[in-house]
Design a protein around this ligand. Structure first.
Ligand code: UDP
Length: 188
C-alpha cells in the first residue's frame, strides 16, 4: 500500500543508536501497523512522516503475516514499547537527557518518575502531557532549553506523527520515537 517498513531487529536498532549519536544525525523510530498504514492512505502528513523516518518498525503481527503471505522479508515483529525500553537502556548507559511528551498529566508524571527510578543514570529532563495548552513553540523551546537528547512522543496516531512532522526540525535532539500508549504502560 505504498507505505515503507524497514526490515529491522533489535540489534540493528541498538547499533544505529550509537552511530546516529556519533555522526550527529537525527534518528526517527516509528511504529507501523495495519491501522497506521490505512491512516497514511488518507493522511498525507502521516505518510510523509513515515517516509522520512529512519526506522519504520513493523510493530504488530499483522505486517509479519502479510509479509509471509507475499513472500516478503519482514520475519519478526518488533514491539514499539520494547524498542522504547532499549532506547532507555541506551540513555541510561550513556547518561543521555530524556524528554517525554504525551499522555494524561498524572500518567506522564508517574511514567517520568518510574523511568527515572528504573534507569537512574539517564536524566529525565522534562515531561509535558499530551493535553497541554502550551504551544508547539513553547514545547520545542523547553526541549531545547533542557538539552533533550531523546524525545518520546506519546499522543496516539495521528497526533504524534503530525506533531513530530511539524516540530522535529526545530528540536536539537538525536533520537525521536513515537510511542503511542507506552507511557500508560510505564506509569503502571
Ligand atoms: N493522547 C494524548 N493527547 C491526545 C490524545 C491522546 O496525549 O490528544 C495520549 C493518550 O492519553 C494515550 C496515548 O496518547 O496515552 C494514546 O494511546 P493509544 O493507546 O490511543 O495509542 P496507540 O498505542 O494505540 O498508538
Amino acid at each position: 500500500m505504498d507505505v515503507p517498513v524497514d526490515i529491522l531487529n533489535m540489534s540493528d536498532i541498538k547499533k544505529d543508536m550509537l552511530n546516529f549519536f556519533e555522526t550527529n544525525q537525527k534518528m526517527t523510530l516509528t511504529s507501523v501497523n495495519p491501522q497506521i498504514i490505512l491512516m497514511a492512505e488518507t493522511n498525507g502528513t502521516v505518510k510523509h512522516f513515515i517516509e522520512q523516518s529512519t526506522h519504520r518498525i513493523a510493530d504488530g503481527i499483522g505486517l509479519v503475516k502479510v509479509s509471509k503471505w507475499t513472500k516478503g522479508d519482514i520475519k519478526e515483529r518488533v514491539a514499539g514499547i520494547e524498542v522504547m525500553e532499549e532506547v532507555l537502556l541506551f540513555a541510561n548507559a550513556h547518561q543521555k537527557n530524556v524528554f517525554l511528551l504525551g499522555a494524561a498529566p498524572e500518567v506522564a508524571q508517574k511514567a517520568a518518575e518510574n523511568i527515572q527510578h528504573k534507569y537512574p543514570n539517564l536524566n529525565l529532563v522534562g515531561w509535558i502531557d499530551g493535553y497541554t495548552e502550551l504551544s508547539d513553540h513553547d514545547i520545542v523551546a523547553k526541549m531545547n532549553q533542557e538539552k533533550a537528547d531523546i524525545v518520546f512522543v506519546a499522543m496516539g496516531s495521528p497526533k504524534q506523527e503530525e506533531w513530530l512532522e511539524r516540530n522535529m526540525p526545530k528540536i536539537q535532539a538525536t533520537i525521536f520515537q513515537t510511542v503511542g500508549g507506552s507511557l500508560d504502560v510505564m506509569s503502571g
